[in-house]
Ligand binder design. Sequence first.
Ligand code: ZN
Length: 246
Amino acid sequence: MASERGARTGPARTKTPPVFMYHSISPSDQPDPYRLRVHPDRLDRHLRLLRRSGLRGVSLSELLRAADRGEARGLVGLTFDDGYTDYLEHALPILQRHGMTSTLYAVAGRLGGGNEWDDGPRLGLMDADRLRTVAAAGQEVGSHTMTHPHLPGADAESLAAEIGGSRTVLQDILQADVVSFCYPYGEFDDAAADAVRAAGYDHGCVIGDYDPGDRFTLPRCYVSPRDTGAHLVARMARHAVRLRLR
Ligand SMILES: [Zn+2]
């Protein structure tokens, strides 16, 4: 494993296009202390801006496949963490209107429940049927562990249960390969990244962390509830600079 670890901190940095991270998409005006909610009209403006810029939003799997072929130019990644039910009602129609795909990261041990890992407002999580609807609509479902724990420092047994176990659950539900993983809170360490690889995923993503930034720790750009198109453009420019500088 030493050589793999070496690869992660060395030249294996994956030069993927920017990946945007959303959570809840809803017109609700309830308190949002963790700034997880983007209004559907705002998402629509973001995707319209991408299209006007000649860009197309795609799922992480599609993005990585294109990057592997050297054909990722013109693409950006779109991800939605936690698997909130509002994705079906509010995000999916907008994605479809713009001809874009995304990866939805589900917490496999909390399906049909709520975001109990946050001590803020409760948001509903999709159940198995809704996840199948997401997949049938041509969107990707990835894993966000079983229970949304903090992974760094976890023992091998917990890592296997959270990372590998969630893949098994989601594959049983979807009857399809689940290849995309997302670290809760964006937190990872070498052991967690190794566990993602060992569990059979193709890639994993974090939050705004460019070190090491390889296939199993892909950086993402957080989208805040108030981000305008100009903010997105600035985030994309910053992403390009950070990848070139290293
Ligand atoms: Zn999360």
